[in-house]
Each structure stands twice: as structure tokens, then as C-alpha cells.
Design a protein around this ligand. Structure first.
Ligand SMILES: [Zn+2]
Ligand SMILES: [Zn+2]
Length: 128
């Protein structure tokens, strides 16, 4: 589901790699100030993720469909909406060492000058 691409900063010329999207078992969050990324595993979200699954009308992802179905029918939790879920993930992700906040939709940034003016190139690898 996730992938990593080559990127070049149009401001300072630094080349680096950028990750997009989380995997089957994690979400990718990015600092809104420095662009640092980290993965939040569904297991770290605990009940929050289960409540989100509960609120879906179908499985979250096919790889996990049986488990998702089990949660929907057997786990006695209050379902939450997509936006509540996203907020919850960002709460769990917390703050970056730079003082920024990890969010699900912060843009990728150059690790050198923190510019968001990037040119993305070929996909280097894909991950689950
Ligand atoms: Zn740069
Ligand atoms: Zn940061």
C-alpha cells in the first residue's frame, strides 16, 4: 500500500527519499514543521482502530478482511467516524522533537532546508 520515491529539493538541491501512505498494519504520519515521518501501528492505536473498523460498512483492507469482520460483529465498542479516527491517530502520534505536530496530511519536506518545493522521481520500493 505504501511506497517510497526519490525526491529532489527545488530550493537547495538535496536529494532524499519520501514515503507515501501507510501499510496494511500502520499509518504514516508526518511532522507539519520539519517533515519527519513515523509509522503508527494499528496495535499502538488499540481500541481506537477497533472502533473505526466497527464504523465501516466493509473491511478496511482485504488482507485483513476476516479479522475486520470479526471486530464488526463481535467487539462491543462504540463506532467512530473517519474524522474522529484521524484525529485520534494524530493524538497518539503526538509532537515531533522540533515542536511540530505529526499529522496524516502534512506535505513532505526537504530534510535539509524544510522546503515543500520538491520534485518527486521514480518509485524506489513498495512496502506493506
Ligand atoms: Zn532543500
Ligand atoms: Zn518535526
Amino acid at each position: 500500500m505504501g511506497y517510497q520515491v526519490e525526491a529532489k529539493c527545488l530550493h537547495c538541491g538535496t536529494t532524499f527519499t519520501v514515503e507515501h501512505d501507510g501499510g496494511f498494519f500502520s499509518h504514516l504520519v508526518r511532522c507539519d514543521k520539519c517533515g519527519k515521518t513515523k509509522f503508527i501501528g494499528f496495535d499502538e492505536l488499540g481500541e481506537l482502530h477497533l472502533r473505526y473498523l466497527k464504523g465501516l460498512s466493509g473491511p478496511y483492507c482485504i488482507a485483513n478482511a476476516e479479522y475486520d469482520e470479526y471486530v464488526r460483529t463481535h467487539v462491543p465498542l462504540e463506532p467512530i467516524s473517519e474524522s474522529e479516527y484521524r484525529r485520534g491517530i494524530e493524538d497518539v502520534a503526538g509532537r515531533c522533537a522540533c515542536g511540530g505536530k505529526y499529522t496524516l496530511d502534512a506535505p513532505p519536506r526537504c530534510p535539509n532546508c524544510h522546503s515543500t518545493r520538491l520534485k518527486e522521481g521514480r518509485v524506489i520500493r513498495r512496502y506493506d
